[in-house]
Write a protein that binds this ligand. Structure first.
Ligand SMILES: [Zn+2]
Ligand SMILES: [Zn+2]
Length: 220
């Protein structure tokens, strides 16, 4: 059973830190959110250099659709790996900073569930830097995966939206938060298999086309 009092306290400190970071650094010295190392010599960050280096070193050869790590001798075409080839996935490419392993696993938990939204900057920068290095066609908008309004109300924020805004800033591409919405609430994906995940979100997202969105998409 989560300690709600503790969670609220953590959220309060986190929210206040985002506003008065310099002042709070004196009262609550910063530690790396992944390994707890003191960050007194590393300014304006919440993840230490060592953890960032571990994350950057985990880049692997992957399927361009599902991100599955490709072992020696396993190939993947533009249609993806052997599993993806049989599915009509309606997107061209996907990019991954890391598998769900340490230290990323802890950082995501601290960001998403313990509500340390100050981690938006280091995590969003990792994604923006990765996208900078890739050859991607022209991008019109960065679109975050929307949360159902009930879940957003419970959590207080949409982690995907915060990250999208950081990526938008890093890549100088506008962000669109109003054109895609979640039409129904869905189960958490964390304990589901690949097929169950696909079933779980089937029909859950709808597009709300606005005039300015159409204008931008077709360059009127
Ligand atoms: Zn660390
Ligand atoms: Zn695949």
């Amino acid at each position: 059973m989560p300690d709600l009092h503790q969670e609220n306290k953590v959220f309060s400190v986190s929210a206040i830190r985002n506003i008065f970071s310099g002042f709070l650094d004196v009262l609550y010295p910063r530690h790396c959110f992944a390994c707890d190392k003191s960050l007194h010599e590393e300014k304006n960050t919440y993840v230490c250099e060592s953890c960032l280096k571990i994350i950057e070193a985990t880049e692997a050869r992957r399927c361009i659709k599902c991100g599955l790590t490709l072992g020696p001798g396993i190939t993947s075409s533009s249609k993806g790996c052997h599993e993806c080839k049989n599915n009509s996935l309606r997107f061209e490419n996907s990019f991954f900073v890391s598998d769900n392993i340490e230290p990323v696993r802890t950082l995501i938990r601290q960001f998403k569930y313990n509500k340390h939204i100050c981690l938006t900057t280091p995590l969003g920068s990792l994604l923006a830097n990765l996208l900078h290095q890739k050859t991607i066609g022209e991008i019109d908008f960065v679109v975050p995966v929307p949360l159902h309004w009930k879940k957003k109300q419970e959590r207080g924020f949409n982690q995907s939206e915060l990250m999208a805004k950081r990526i938008s800033k890093g890549l100088s591409i506008p962000v669109s938060t109003n054109n895609l919405f979640r039409a129904r609430n869905t189960l958490s994906q964390t304990q589901l298999s690949r097929t169950q995940r696909q079933e779980n979100v089937k029909g859950a997202f709808k597009v709300k086309i606005q005039r300015c969105f159409i204008k931008r998409m077709f360059s009127w």
